[in-house]
Design a protein around this ligand. Structure first.
Ligand SMILES: Nc1ncnc2c1ncn2[C@@H]1O[C@H](COP(=O)(O)OP(=O)(O)OP(=O)(O)O)[C@@H](O)[C@H]1O
Length: 491
């Protein structure tokens, strides 16, 4: 056994993150770790990676007791590597410099920069062929999917990786990059390494893992061979209020044909050849392969600038709210509580003129904390929340405001399936009340919840789909139809 945990406990103040975890991981095995936001998944893998001491129980790694005095350096010496859910790269350094920082000891002193660059380039080529990333690029300038690729590649750099821990690795990768990553994971395990995979994407977990372990309130409550269970069963095992209806629910029916003047009309593309239009009460998706200009468009809708608005017919309402997908660089106010982070809709920068009425503020906060099951509650400091729960707070902030237009920049990464379904239903209810939503997602299947979706390719709109044609297959087909002229694609 590479990992053996027996009765492992860990508390943060009064929060019991791990309440007696029993788990084993064999050499060469891929083990999926699933559970709701806040179940304890990240805490457990941080303990295994030596980033977090445990309070009680026993943890054995590679046959030795590591219950006390186990550190990151000790874990790395055993070949344990963690690719973080929260990207851990230094944004001001280049890709090569970040690689160097992880492997200082292992690289020749004088030629380190070249060596680190070569190694990370080789790892990227192997895992994500066609990645299009320069090792001289500053990490902060890379779009999320590419940063995630660097994060994963960096974790595989050491020669002697015995355990690769992937914490929601595919949340911002496109389907092709995710497939390449899993192919590499299988190559690594064929060579004897083990992999621990945390993911909310049940399909991926069942397709690639040998066994699935379910974590619930800090305990492993079930372990099953992946080929013996289906998504429905795993969701049931995850328990709580999950029942059959919590599976990726069929999208709610689209409202009857919308009418009225568009709330948004905005030029798209280099020569403004296309136009984005959004009607009152409409949910509009920005679909396509990752990084085709969808996020740039959201940014421009958020801060349109006078020039864009001076175009004939262009309009974007003043009353709008923005939900970023990258909570690290925008969004979370780290010193504040959950309630304060939600109520901050009153600050102009975060929700322009989309303001939570003062009198209703407490109620609005309480309602949304409950609706989205923010584990930790309204009074908790935001940084004490699990990643998925922090993300829910950003979503709550936008919906608790009275903004007419809500801009969503891939905001549900890391949010568990049950809560996602709750959010989809909420979005539909808010649209019924006349709000408009513009939504970019790296998960093309999510676009099925939209009334209409624009497919983007190289910054241009190449197709417009309506229900029931907004399927993953159609989106991919339209994306590739637009590049048949032999243009190079990076996905
Ligand atoms: N540094 C911390 N301080 C206080 N509480 C914490 C801290 N880190 C985690 N917790 C709490 O421990 C519990 C488990 O969190 P953890 O991050 O392990 O959950 P998770 O299963 O990884 O969730 P997610 O799917 O959202 O990433 C949560 O209730 C969380 O609020």
């Amino acid at each position: 056994m590479l990992i053996e945990a027996r009765g492992v406990t860990k508390s943060y103040g009064r929060t019991r993150a791990l309440a007696g975890v029993d788990l084993t991981l064999a050499r060469g095995e891929i083990l999926g770790l699933v559970g709701h936001n806040g179940a304890g998944k990240s805490t457990l893998v941080r303990a295994i990676a030596g980033l977090e001491g445990i309070d009680g129980g026993a943890l054995r790694v590679a046959g030795t007791d590591r219950s006390r005095g186990y550190t990151l350096a000790a874990a790395e010496a055993l070949g344990v590597r963690l690719a973080y859910q929260e990207l851990s790269l230094a944004p001001d350094l280049t890709v090569a410099e970040n690689a160097y920082l992880s492997y200082r000891g292992a690289l020749p002193r004088l030629t380190w920069q070249r060596t680190a660059g070569r190694r990370i380039a080789r790892a990227l080529d192997e895992i994500f062929p066609g990645h299009g990333i320069s090792v001289h690029a500053r990490v902060g300038e890379l779009p999320m999917p590419k940063r995630q690729m660097v994060e994963i590649a960096r974790a595989t750099l050491a020669d002697d990786v015995s355990l690769l821990i992937l914490d929601e690795p595919t949340e911002s990768l496109g389907p092709d990059a995710a497939a390449s990553m899993y192919a590499h994971v299988h190559r690594m395990t064929a060579a004897g390494a083990s992999v621990l995979l945390i993911s909310h994407r049940m399909g991926e977990v069942l397709a690639h893992c040998d066994r699935v372990a379910v974590l619930q309130d800090g305990r492993v409550t079930a372990v099953r061979p992946a080929r013996e269970v289906d998504e429905h069963t795993v969701l049931r095992l995850m328990g709580g209020e999950v029942h059959a209806a919590a599976e990726q629910r069929a999208p709610a029916p689209a409202a009857a044909a919308r009418a009225g003047e568009p709330v948004v009309r905005f030029p798209v593309g280099r020569r403004g050849a296309g136009t984005l239009e959004v009607l009152p009460g409409e949910i509009v998706g920005l679909a396509g392969l990752a990084g085709q200009g969808q996020q740039e468009l959201l940014e421009r809708l958020w801060r349109p600038g006078l020039r864009a608005l001076s175009r004939a017919g262009a309009s974007v309402p003043r009353s709008k709210a923005f939900v970023p997908g990258d909570r690290q660089t925008s969004g979370i106010l780290p010193l504040w509580t959950v309630a304060q982070n939600i109520a901050v809709g009153t600050m102009r920068r975060l929700a322009r003129a989309g303001v939570i009425p003062r009198a209703g503020e407490q109620d609005a906060v309480a309602t949304w904390v409950e609706r989205l099951a923010v584990k930790g509650g309204a009074a908790a400091p935001i940084l004490s929340l699990s990643g998925g729960n922090q993300q829910k707070v950003l979503v709550a902030r936008a919906f608790a405001s009275d903004a007419r237009l809500i801009l969503l920049d891939d905001p549900f990464r890391g949010v568990d399936v049950q809560t996602k379904n709750e959010i989809y239903a909420r979005m539909r209810a808010e649209a019924e009340r006349g709000r408009s939503i513009v939504w970019y997602s790296t998960e093309n299947s999510e676009m099925a919840h939209c009334d209409r979706a624009y497919v983007f390719r190289a910054g241009e709109i190449v197709a417009e789909l309506r229900r029931p044609d907004i399927t993953e297959e159609r989106i991919v087909a339209e994306s590739f139809a637009a590049i048949e002229d032999g243009e190079e694609v990076h996905v």
